[in-house]
Design a protein around this ligand. Structure first.
Ligand code: ARG
Length: 598
């Protein structure tokens, strides 16, 4: 049942071996169809997975099992047929049929070693630049500027940023769009309060220093004082009709609020700058045209005075059609109208080929409707991809949406402060000798890494538990653990006084643990491709964690500096070097900075 195949295939670049095996299997399926062993129209759903138990090889497929029915044959016989049709030249050293008909693939060590060499020689560590780059617009962060950024904005900001960096690294043209909420009725009450404060001779910039309480006060006044509410409404109308004094006040507010966001982006190491800001207000002038174009496309319906778009595919539970409202009875426009305008701008002006929205999953109906209406209205080119990359809610230990101890919405700035303080204490516990300045710096990096990694490492579609105790710890799959893992590898060279570049020679993979580390190392490219396709940085976290774990058992079991021969020592040093480089690059794509020492 064994078959030896010579190596030599797939030279030069790191080729995702899983993809390679799938491709070969697809070719085999075609041959089986030509031989009329399989029905022509069949497209079998099979998997090629990495095995948990290495005695079953590196990869395994269930293809033969899935073909049993259509081929009306027994899976083991089918497996034999498949194996006989696999090409003679490949990275696969041998193939085995196991159990009821699984096919196991064993990678060839010298092929693996060659892949590691290629990655070492490549500044991109074997990550291939994409052949057909796309222009990808990424809508992320996008807070409402009326208030201060809070914990709810963390996920969009962090997950969107990691995806943007990954797409960019693969060679795509990424355009970041921070679709801030800078328009709408809540600005009326804010302007009313600003106006009042100014009349009292108070310094506006001081008044806005704490945006959150400014907002709270404006809201209280609005609810309590009828005169204030009237003034707020007047100001909304004035603002919308382009009154210069009003606009000036509004701009002043925005400047403060935006600089507050920018400070947080800078602290968090998020690659968003002022140039990415393209808020709701930017589309004001285009909104009447959106409505008239929807009308021309025959999509508008009047419903109780409001203008709506009804589409067949959107119905409520009781079967009644669900509208997307685009203009209110009083003529005002809505979130959906602005999003239609933004989408068209991204298509026509930014020339987007793919548009990603990192927004709370609770807005999923909005995005489904948005994309469907935009397509019907001809606002999107046929092949432009639009994807809502939804994410779940940030939850507290009590199983409810995360709140501060006093029950309020957690301000992002305060959460970051707390993370930094706690991280500093954690590091100080480990290094009582360290001086204050260094502790501050390390505490900062570890604190930010903790928050970011905790969020990034969870599948974005589920709710996520925000817990300082879990995230700021060296135990388990955490930011501090990953940073520590990196410093440990990086320090090998420093401690031995070695220059990384001076180490050369063959890669030797005699030990099982070395083999495993090598096969982790060559998967980097494949993982990044998947993150870019699905907007799922948790896959990269999972990979880096696994790499760190695999390195850790290698380091425990295989002496590096004390290796029994010079060639073995050099081989192992090179494995260390590639591990360090991939960890650093991987963390950097997650937006996480590394430390050389901690
Ligand atoms: N400002 C919105 C909010 O806080 C998110 C905007 C997301 N982007 C978009 N194009 N709708 O809920």
């Amino acid at each position: 049942m064994m078959r030896c195949i010579s190596v030599s295939f797939i030279p030069q670049e790191i080729y995702p071996v899983k993809t390679y095996v799938s491709e070969q299997l697809h070719k085999v399926i075609e041959t089986l169809k030509q031989q009329q062993f399989l029905p022509e129209e069949l497209s079998p759903q099979f998997t090629v997975e990495r095995t948990r138990d290495k005695s079953h090889g590196d990869l395994a497929t269930n293809l033969a099992l899935t073909l049993a029915k259509p081929a009306r044959s027994n899976p083991r016989q089918i497996a034999e047929k498949i194996v006989a049709l696999l090409p003679g030249e490949s990275a696969i050293k041998r193939v085995e049929i196991a159990g009821p008909g699984f096919i196991n693939f064993f990678l060839d060590e010298s092929w693996l070693a060659q892949q590691v060499k290629n990655a070492l020689a490549d500044p991109r560590m074997g990550v291939v630049r994409i052949q057909q780059p796309q222009t990808v617009v990424i809508d992320y962060s996008s807070p409402n500027l009326a208030k201060e950024m809070h914990v709810g904005h963390l996920r969009s900001t962090i997950i969107g940023d990691a995806t943007a960096r990954t797409l960019e690294f693969l060679g795509h043209r990424v355009i970041r769009q921070n679709h801030v909420g800078d328009w709408g009725t809540q600005f009326g009450m804010l302007l009313a309060l600003m106006e009042e404060r100014r009349q009292q001779g108070r310094e506006i910039s001081m008044e806005l220093a704490d945006l959150e309480s400014f907002y709270r006060e404006a809201k209280q006044r609005f609810d309590a004082s009828p005169e204030f509410a009237v003034r707020a409404r007047q100001l909304v109308v004035a603002l919308q009709s382009g009154d210069e004094t009003c606009l000036a006040l509004w701009r002043e507010f925005l400047a403060v609020s935006l600089s507050h966001c920018q400070k947080l982006y800078d602290r968090l190491g998020v690659s968003l700058g002022p140039d990415a800001v393209c808020g709701e207000s930017a589309y004001n002038d285009d909104l009447p045209r959106v409505i008239s174009d929807l009308d021309k496309a025959g999509l508008l319906t009047e419903d109780q005075g409001a203008r709506c778009v009804f589409l067949e595919e959107f119905k409520g539970q009781d079967g009644t059609p669900l509208p997307m409202i685009v203009q209110k009875k009083d003529g005002g426009y809505l979130y959906a109208t602005t999003d239609l305008a933004a989408l068209r701008y991204r298509q026509n002006q930014l020339k987007a080929e793919r548009i990603l929205y990192f927004v709370d999953v609770r807005q999923s109906l909005h995005f489904q409707q948005l994309f469907a209406v935009a397509r019907k209205a001809g606002f999107l080119a046929a092949d432009t991809q639009t994807e809502h990359m939804g994410f779940g809610t940030v939850m507290g230990d009590d199983g409810k949406p995360f709140k501060t101890r006093t029950g309020g919405v957690a301000k992002l700035a305060e959460l970051i402060d707390e993370a930094e303080t706690r991280a500093r204490a954690l590091v100080a516990g480990k290094n009582p000798q360290m001086d204050t300045a260094e502790l501050d710096e390390i505490g900062r990096v570890v604190g930010i890494a903790s928050i970011k990694y905790a969020d990034l490492s969870k599948n974005r579609s589920s709710d996520y538990l925000f817990s300082f105790d879990h995230m700021i710890s060296f135990e388990g799959d955490t930011g501090p653990y990953m940073l520590y893992a990196y410093t440990r590898v990086a320090s090998i060279f420093r401690k031995a006084g070695l220059d990384e570049k001076s180490i050369t020679g063959e890669i030797l993979l005699n030990e099982e643990i070395e083999r495993e580390l090598a096969s982790s190392l060559i998967r980097f490219s494949e993982i990044l491709t998947r993150v870019a396709e699905r907007g799922t940085p948790h896959l990269l976290c999972g990979y880096l964690y696994e790499l760190a774990a695999s390195f850790s058992s290698f380091y425990k079991n295989c002496p590096v500096l004390g290796a029994e021969s010079e060639p073995l020592r050099n081989s192992r040093l090179q494995l260390c070097q590639l591990t360090a480089r991939i960890l650093r690059q991987g963390l950097s794509l997650l937006g996480i900075g590394t430390l050389e020492r901690m």
